[in-house]
Design a protein around this ligand. Structure first.
Ligand SMILES: [Zn+2]
Length: 145
């Protein structure tokens, strides 16, 4: 599928979302693949690889295709990025909760479970570190312009 991918700082968090102007054909079917049936094209509909699909239909023109892609961006992708951004708010509490749980497991000599939680924490911190590195790079590029 030749869809649209977000490549900004939160790309990892929205990796499974690839936008597309799906093609509604005159027989009523909606095609997200790239077939040769363009003559039967009736409308473009904003769609995502995760299964999300807009209700609105856009004209079967290049402008309609762009409008469908823009709709995917504003109605579907933007809220996902906003959710990823706002997950920072609860993150310290989430992490502290995991730390307390890991401590309890160690004290209870349940080291296997403690290790599992610590691995999860390391992966989470690593993931967020990559995001911040992306944000940092974006700021540097912005400053140069
Ligand atoms: Zn999606």
């Amino acid at each position: 599928m030749m869809g649209i991918r977000y490549t900004g700082p939160y790309a990892e968090q929205v990796a499974e979302h690839e936008g597309q102007a799906a093609r509604k054909l005159t027989d009523g079917t909606v095609s997200t693949g790239w077939t040769e049936e363009t003559s039967a094209l009736e409308a473009f509909i904003a769609a995502c690889s995760c299964g999300w699909r807009a209700a609105a239909e856009h004209p079967a023109t290049e402008a309609g295709k762009e409008a469908a892609e823009a709709q995917w961006n504003t109605e579907h992708l933007s809220p996902l990025i906003e959710a990823a951004r706002s997950s920072w708010e609860s993150w310290p509490d989430d992490l502290a909760g995991l730390a307390r749980y890991a401590r309890d497991r160690v004290l209870a000599q349940d080291n296997a479970e403690a290790l599992r939680i610590l691995d999860q924490m390391v992966a989470d911190v690593d993931y967020r570190r990559r995001t911040v590195a992306q944000l940092s790079g974006q700021q540097e590029r912005g400053a140069q312009e």
